[in-house]
Design a protein around this ligand. Structure first.
Ligand code: GTP
Ligand code: MG
Length: 199
C-alpha cells in the first residue's frame, strides 16, 4: 500500500458515533513515549503532522487522520504515564475503554512496544485484551535503530515470548529514524483493511 493522501480530521475525547457508512479505522496503541505519533509521521512521510514530544503524555486525545480518502488511522493517547495526575489517568481509562469496546469500525490495532524493554504490565493487559476480543493486531517493536540488527531479532523474539504470543503473530521491527519496517507495516494495514471490508 502507498499513502497518497493524508489529512488531519479531528482531535476528540469521545469516539464519534458510528454511522452506517463510517470508514474503517486502525488505531495505534502503546505506552506513553513509545513512539506512536512518530510512527504515524513516518508512515505519512510528514515530519510533524502528528505531534511528537520528548515529554511523555503528549497525545491525550484520540487524533483522527484520514488516509487515501478511504480509512482512518487513529493516534491514541499513551498509557503507563505514571506522572499524569490521577484524574487524567482515570479519564484515559474511561476514554480508552469506551473507544476500544464500542468502536465498531475499529478493524485492527498497531500495538507498539519498545524493542529495548520487557513488556510492561499494561502492555500485557493490552495484548490480552486484544486477543480476547479477537481484534487483529500487529505487534510493532519500535526504536530498532537503538540496537544492532542481530539484537533486534533476538529482542523481538523475546518480546513475543514474554507476551505469550503464538509463532504466527504478525510482528514488525520498526524505526521512525530509519524508516525500517515501514513497508511491512503498510502491507499489514492493507491486508487488515482488505479482510475487514472485503474490498
Ligand atoms: P505519547 O503521545 O506521550 O503517548 O507518546 P508517543 O507514543 O506518541 O511518542 P512520540 O512519537 O511522541 O515519541 C516519543 C519520543 O521518542 C520522541 O522524543 C521521539 O523522537 C522518540 N522516538 C520515537 N520513535 C523513535 C524511533 O524509532 N527511534 C528513536 N531513536 N527515537 C524515537
Ligand atoms: Mg503521541
Amino acid at each position: 500500500m502507498k499513502i497518497v493522501s493524508v489529512e488531519f480530521v479531528m482531535s476528540t475525547l469521545h469516539a464519534p458515533e458510528a454511522d452506517a457508512d463510517a470508514l474503517a479505522e486502525i488505531a495505534v496503541s502503546g505506552r506513553s513515549n513509545v513512539g506512536k505519533s512518530s510512527l504515524l509521521n513516518t508512515l505519512f512521510a510528514r515530519r510533524s503532522l502528528a505531534q511528537v514530544s520528548g515529554t511523555p503524555g503528549k497525545t491525550q486525545t484520540l487524533n483522527y487522520y484520514l488516509v487515501n480518502e478511504g480509512f482512518h488511522l487513529v493516534d491514541l493517547p499513551g498509557y503507563g504515564f505514571a506522572k499524569a495526575p490521577l484524574e487524567k489517568r482515570n479519564r484515559w481509562g474511561v476514554m480508552m475503554q469506551r473507544y476500544l469496546r464500542h468502536c465498531r469500525q475499529l478493524v485492527g490495532v498497531v500495538q507498539l512496544v519498545d524493542v529495548r524493554h520487557e513488556p510492561s504490565r499494561e502492555d500485557r493487559e493490552m495484548v490480552s485484551w486484544l486477543r480476547e476480543e479477537k481484534m487483529p493486531f500487529c505487534l510493532v517493536a519500535t526504536k530498532c535503530d537503538k540496537l544492532g540488527p542481530t539484537r533486534v531479532k533476538e529482542a523481538v523474539r523475546q518480546i513475543v515470548r514474554a507476551l505469550e504470543l503464538p509463532a504466527t503473530q504478525a510482528t514488525v521491527a520498526f524505526s521512525s529514524e530509519t524508516g525500517a519496517g515501514k513497508t511491512e507495516l503498510l502491507a499489514w494495514i492493507a491486508r487488515t483493511l482488505e479482510s475487514a471490508t472485503g474490498r
